[in-house]
Design a protein around this ligand. Structure first.
Ligand SMILES: C[S@@+](CC[C@H](N)C(=O)[O-])C[C@H]1O[C@@H](n2cnc3c(N)ncnc32)[C@H](O)[C@@H]1O
Length: 529
C-alpha cells in the first residue's frame, strides 16, 4: 500500500460519503456556499475570494461545507474540532485513517462557531472536491494542487480534474457499451463517467499512485448503492501493455500528450509526459489502439501533434493513419484540430505549468529548452485536438475526416460525435445515388445569414450556420441555399435538385453532380439529417 495516497476502507468510505452529502459538499452546494464571484475566481485558479468567504468566524453557524472547502480544496489547515463537526460519522480519526488528513500541532483560539482554548490543526494530505454530471454527485481526490502546495509539484503528482479532463469527458460518445478502457486514468475521472454507460471498466496507469487515487474515487462513487458501479479493474503498465489481447467497445484516454524536451534539467511530470520524445506517445497510441478495439469499437483521446516546416497538420495525420493502416486493421479516423500554436506559444504554456514563474531563471531555462527541442525537429506549429477512431464493423473501406474547429462547440459534444460517427459510416456505405434518394431535412439548429452591400437586391454572401455540433459555418452558393430552403424531409434530394434545376434553367445532371459533395459534407456534420 502507498502511504501518501488515500486508502480504500469500504466502511469508512461509506461514512465519508454520507458526511460529504449531508454537508452539501457537492457541486451545487459548494457553488451556493461560495457564491458566484468566489466560485468563478476559483475556476480561474484564484483562491483569495474563496479563502475570504470561508474564513473561520465565531459568528458563523456550523459551516460544514465551508470547513471542507477550506481544508480540501484550498489546502488550508482547519481546527480538528471544526472538522469533527463537518464529518460527524467519519470523525477526524476516520479521515486520518483514510489518508485524507493528518493532525498538526495544537494551537489556540480559532474555530468556526465556538471558541476553543486549545485544539489541533487538521491538514489535508490530498485535494478532495465534488464533481458530477447530470445524474451523479461524485468526489475526486487527487494530489494537492500547486495553489495548496505553494511550490513545484512532485514528479509523480496525480493531477485532479483539469480542462483536458472535462474536454475529453464532453466529447466522449456515451453509448451503452459492454467493456470500456480508460488508459492513463490518473485520478479516475474518465472512469467515473464510464460507470454510467459501460458494463465493465478497465482503467490503467503507469503510476501506482494514480491507481490508488482512482481506486479510492471509484470506491467513493460505489459506496452510494451497491450495484451503482459496474465491475471495475485497475491495471498498472505502459500504454496498452496491461490490456494486450483484450477487446473493448470504447477506449478513452487523456494521455500524457504534452511534448516535453528530453532534458535532464527539466522536471518530468508523469501526468503530462509519457517519457517519449516529441509526439511519439500519441502517434504510438494511434498506431496500436486498433489492436484492442472490437469491430465497431471506438477510441477517443486528446493529443498534440508536431507540424514540421513545409507540411500541414493534415499531412502529418495522413502519415500517421497510413502507418496505422499498414500495421493491422485500418480504422476510420475523425480528427478535430481545436488549436494550433507556434513553438514559443507552446513553450510559454508548458514552462509555466508546475509552478515556475515567468521571468524566473527556471522558467527561462525551460522556455529555451522547449524552443531548442522544437528547432531540432524543424517544428513550426503544434496542433491540439480530439481524436476519434473507429474500427469498422464490416468489411468496407475506411473513412477519414480531418477537420478544424477553433471556435465554441456543443457541450456536451458527445452526442454530436456519436451522430457524426453514424453519419460518416452511413456515407461510407452508400453511393451518391443513395444520398440523392434520401429526403433530407435541414437540422433545426441551422440558420442562414444573408450579407450584401447596402441597397443591393441580392445577397453577395449566404452563410449557413450550425448552432450545435462543431458550430460549422458554410458559405452557400445559390444552388445549395435553394436546396436547404426546401429540405424539409418531404422531397428526395434528387427531386428537389431537379426542380431547382428547372427553375434556374440548368442541366439537372450537372446540378446533381455539383450538389452531392456539398450534401455529403452537410450530412457528415449533421446540418442535414
Ligand atoms: C493527463 S493525465 C490524465 C488523467 C485523467 N485520465 C484525466 O482525464 O484527467 C495522464 C495520465 O497518464 C498516466 N501515464 C503517463 N505515462 C503513461 C504511460 N506510458 N502509460 C500509461 N499511463 C501513463 C499518468 O500517470 C497520468 O495519470
Amino acid at each position: 500500500m502507498l502511504s501518501d495516497t488515500p486508502v480504500v476502507d469500504e466502511a469508512l468510505v461509506a461514512r465519508l460519503r454520507a458526511d460529504l452529502t449531508a454537508a452539501r459538499f457537492t457541486v451545487d452546494g459548494v457553488a451556493d456556499r461560495l457564491g458566484p464571484v468566489a466560485s468563478a475566481a476559483l475556476h480561474r485558479e484564484q483562491p483569495l475570494p474563496a479563502l475570504l468567504a470561508t474564513e473561520p468566524s465565531p459568528d458563523l453557524a456550523a459551516d460544514a461545507c465551508g470547513v471542507l472547502v477550506r481544508l480540501f480544496t484550498l489546502g488550508r489547515p482547519v481546527a480538528a474540532s471544526a472538522l469533527a463537526e463537518a464529518l460527524p460519522t467519519l470523525g477526524v480519526d476516520g479521515a486520518v485513517a483514510l489518508g485524507l488528513v493528518r493532525l498538526g500541532a495544537a494551537r489556540a483560539g480559532f474555530a468556526h462557531d465556538r471558541p476553543a482554548t486549545s485544539d489541533r490543526e487538521a491538514v489535508a494530505t490530498c485535494d478532495l472536491r465534488p464533481y458530477g454530471d447530470d445524474a451523479h454527485d461524485w468526489w475526486v481526490a487527487s494530489d494537492l494542487s500547486e495553489l495548496a502546495v505553494g511550490g513545484p509539484l512532485r514528479p509523480d503528482h496525480v493531477l485532479g480534474i483539469g480542462g483536458a479532463s472535462t474536454t475529453l469527458a464532453s466529447w466522449t460518445v456515451r453509448r451503452p457499451v459492454d467493456r470500456a478502457l480508460d488508459l492513463g486514468t490518473g485520478c479516475g475521472v474518465q472512469a467515473l463517467h464510464l460507470t454510467g454507460h459501460a458494463g465493465a471498466i478497465v482503467a490503467t496507469d503507469i503510476s501506482e499512485r494514480a491507481l490508488a487515487y482512482a481506486a479510492f474515487n471509484v470506491a467513493l462513487a460505489a459506496s452510494a448503492r451497491s450495484g451503482d458501479v459496474p465491475p471495475f479493474e485497475l491495471l498498472a503498465g505502459d500504454l496498452l501493455d496491461p490490456v494486450a489481447g483484450q477487446r473493448f467497445s470504447l477506449v478513452v484516454s487523456n494521455p500524457p500528450f504534452v511534448i516535453t524536451p528530453r532534458d535532464e534539467d527539466l522536471p518530468l511530470y508523469e501526468y503530462r509526459d509519457g517519457g517519449r520524445a516529441g509526439d511519439t506517445l500519441v502517434r504510438s497510441l494511434v498506431r496500436q489502439v486498433g489492436t484492442v478495439l472490437e469491430p465497431g469499437g471506438v477510441a477517443q483521446f486528446l493529443g498534440n501533434w508536431e507540424v514540421p516546416a513545409g507540411r500541414t497538420w493534415r499531412d502529418v495525420w495522413g502519415d500517421w493513419l497510413e502507418e496505422q493502416a499498414s500495421d493491422g486493421v485500418a480504422l476510420d479516423a475523425w480528427v478535430v484540430q481545436r488549436e494550433s500554436q507556434d513553438p514559443a506559444e507552446y513553450a510559454e504554456l508548458w514552462a509555466r505549468d508546475g509552478g515556475a514563474q515567468p521571468g524566473s531563471e527556471a522558467h527561462s531555462r525551460m522556455y529555451a529548452a522547449w524552443l531548442r527541442d522544437f528547432a531540432s525537429r524543424d517544428v513550426v506549429r503544434v496542433g491540439f485536438g480530439v481524436v476519434t477512431l473507429q474500427r469498422p464493423a464490416t468489411d468496407r473501406p475506411v473513412w477519414r475526416s480531418l477537420d478544424e474547429a477553433h471556435g465554441p462547440v456543443a457541450a456536451p459534444m458527445g452526442p454530436a460525435v456519436d451522430a457524426g460517427l453514424r453519419a460518416r459510416t452511413w456515407l461510407a456505405e452508400h453511393s451518391d445515388d443513395d444520398v440523392l434518394d434520401v429526403a433530407w431535412s435541414c437540422a433545426s439548429d441551422v440558420t442562414e445569414e444573408r450579407h450584401g452591400r447596402p441597397g443591393a437586391e441580392d445577397p453577395s454572401v449566404i452563410l449557413v450556420r450550425q448552432g450545435g455540433g462543431l458550430g460549422r459555418v458554410v458559405r452557400a452558393g445559390t444552388l445549395l441555399a435553394a436546396y436547404l430552403g426546401v429540405a424539409e424531409g418531404e422531397l428526395t434530394a434528387r427531386a428537389a435538385l431537379d426542380a431547382i434545376a428547372t427553375v434556374l434553367g440548368l442541366d439537372p445532371d450537372q446540378v446533381r453532380a455539383e450538389a452531392v459533395p456539398a450534401l455529403r459534407d452537410l450530412v457528415a456534420d449533421g446540418l442535414l439529417v
